[in-house]
Design a protein around this ligand. Structure first.
Ligand code: ZN
Ligand code: ZN
Length: 256
């Protein structure tokens, strides 16, 4: 995880120095590799030029205030509050996968998947926030975290508690870095999940069987189908076609 030894004394331990830390980690690795290369070069009788030394990075570090800089503190606060909102949104709109399983009874993977990845995320997030709160409470010799339930309101109360104590958490040497980096990572994770959920898109052509604008395609699938339940009632059910077959409709329309 986070390696404090890479940063100089007084440097911000949050994200503003992420790139600098990466650059220095890479440099230290390159130096180890260089030492090995020199050994090998010596053992081989010092033929030719010695291995070139790795270049020292120019990456500089921003100062912490005292541990985390003011800008990162503000970012962590905004992100923490946004995590609550984003998660609530994700739960409200579901996963996309859920509606697909229920409505279409199509299972692409042989393993039974979780009925709701969104709820799994919520549980994991609650767990993580609770652990953070618990660790901080322990450091202050405060009573343990009260039980708040497992649902979205529990998330809101958890986030509210942490937001109230955020300034102290972000100045605590044992908790600041882990909390700041963790909140940002969680936010990214939920954001990606919320955005990447597959969506059903309506196609522009009318269904060749029922003549309604009910053809649609799920993101990432090769199948286009008519969502009109009455489509083809006397002919074995709604139209299902491949993308090629759909494109052929265009060609046929152009030819007629
Ligand atoms: Zn910073
Ligand atoms: Zn149809």
């Amino acid at each position: 995880m986070f390696d404090r030894s890479i940063s100089p004394e007084g440097a911000c331990v949050s994200i503003c120095n992420h790139r600098s830390r990466q650059a220095w980690i890479a440099y230290h690795k390159a130096r180890e590799a260089h030492a090995d290369a020199v050994d090998a070069w010596v053992n081989a009788g010092q033929q030719g030029e010695p291995p070139a030394e790795p270049e020292m990075p120019e990456a500089r570090f921003y100062a912490g205030d005292p541990l985390i800089c003011a800008r990162d503190k503000a970012t962590v606060r905004a992100t923490l509050l946004d995590v609550d909102e984003l998660m609530t949104l994700r739960l409200l709109h579901g996963d996309g996968y859920e509606s697909r399983d229920q409505n279409e009874r199509v299972s692409r993977s042989p393993e039974p998947s979780s009925p709701s990845p969104a709820h799994d995320d919520l549980n994991e997030l609650l767990c993580w926030l609770r652990a953070q709160e618990d660790a901080y409470r322990t450091s202050q010799r405060w009573p343990t975290v009260p039980y708040r339930g497992e649902s979205a309101p529990a998330l809101t109360s958890s986030v509210a508690w942490l937001a109230t104590h955020l300034d102290s958490i972000l100045t605590h040497p044992d908790h600041a870095a882990e909390f700041a980096v963790g909140v940002l990572a969680w936010h990214r994770r939920i954001d990606v999940a919320a955005k990447s959920k597959p969506r059903r898109r309506t196609k522009s052509r009318l269904c060749p069987q029922c003549n309604l604008a009910t053809l649609s395609q799920m993101d990432g699938e090769d199948r286009i189908e008519c969502r009109n339940r009455d489509c083809g009632a006397s002919r074995g059910g709604p139209v299902v076609m491949t993308v090629e077959e759909y494109d052929a409709l265009d060609t046929m329309a152009a030819a007629s």
